[in-house]
Design a protein. Structure first.
Length: 116
């Protein structure tokens, strides 16, 4: 039996699917970049949301690799795994970054009052 050629619309839809997966990765970058700035900027980011997105994207990626075995689908779903990973790492880095030591205001107040 001869393999039927894939219709042009199906080929274009396949390319569009890969492109949207890669585009989604770039949509994650502003959030990741914000998180890498400082702990304050990462404070409002929900890690549970991003871990949930990572879990869903990981299942899709495993399905693409182990079941479908389609390279374009692997690229698209793989990019969807990478985006949440970058955001999660950015949040963790920002929240656990060493904060600069703040000088104790007590000695300054005592010195200013003439008690130092």
């Amino acid at each position: 039996m001869d393999a039927q050629p894939i219709a042009l619309w199906a080929q274009l839809l396949g390319l569009l699917y890969v492109a949207t997966g890669v585009f989604r990765f770039f949509c994650h970058l502003p959030q990741a970049r914000r998180c890498y700035g400082s702990a304050d900027r990462a404070a409002g980011v929900s890690l549970s949301t991003w871990f949930g997105l990572l879990a869903c994207a990981s299942v899709a990626f495993l399905y693409a690799v182990l079941v479908v075995r389609d390279i374009p689908l692997m690229i698209s779903t793989g990019a969807n795994v990478l985006g949440p990973v970058l955001v999660i790492l950015g949040v963790l880095r920002a929240r656990h970054a060493e904060k600069p030591a703040v000088a104790d205001p007590e000695p300054i107040a005592a010195t200013a009052a003439g008690h130092g």
